[in-house]
Design a protein around this ligand. Sequence first.
Ligand code: MG
Ligand code: MG
Length: 266
Amino acid sequence: MFRRGESIQIKSPDQLAVMRQAGLVVALALQAVSAAVRPGVSTRELDAIARECIASNGATSSFLGYHGFPAVICTSVNDEVVHGIPGDRVLVAGDLISIDCGAIVDGWHGDAAVSVPVGAVADSVLALSAATQASLWAGLQQARAGNRLSDIGHAVELSLTAAGDYGIVEDYTGHGIGTSMHMHPPIPNYGKPGKGPVLKVGMALAIEPMATLGSAEVAVLSDGWTVVAMSGAPAAHWEHTVAITEAGPWVLTALDDVRLGPEASE
Ligand code: MG
Ligand code: MG
């Protein structure tokens, strides 16, 4: 999994500042789209909102045209885990929708995802989403110089397994990010700690746990994109892009300027 000889892109402070601009556009787009989520809205309408937000902030989409992807967000509803294509689907109360967005400023990418309940949603689904979000933050806390890459996935897995009996998706991972959206290294959401490359100041990583109320097994639909839970159970997906800085993890795709600072003693 950790291929030797393939390096992880290191960014200068100035380059990370541009990545923060891209990340902020992603945060604004996800905020605007989340605010529009309600029963009766179509996923195509949500995509239009994100398009407008990305354009009005002087950015371009990381997703549009990526291997032919036709939209600026991925919309994955209920048992859809990731990579759902916006279209005619109309949201109904009780749905959980994952919205994934990427934006580019001056050649630098940001990538983040949120899961948003539509109207009244089952407590079990809300708990799944909350646990997945919490596991993301557990992973972000490990994005520190001197840690090993697998410390991130280990923290995500520990957080999710402590929260409940969830299926932790293994077939899709987080990733390095910078001058491209998907860069080395892959970042699994599970594993033993202390493995893989040593994390260094200037790296930027997209951490994105995906979990289901059923098993971890997933499949790709005939549209070639949409990843669904084989069990048919609801899934949640949360993602942030984080930079490793001297001072600690800097969450580049948060709406506020979130710098996690020194690690809290555990
Ligand atoms: Mg993403
Ligand atoms: Mg990603």
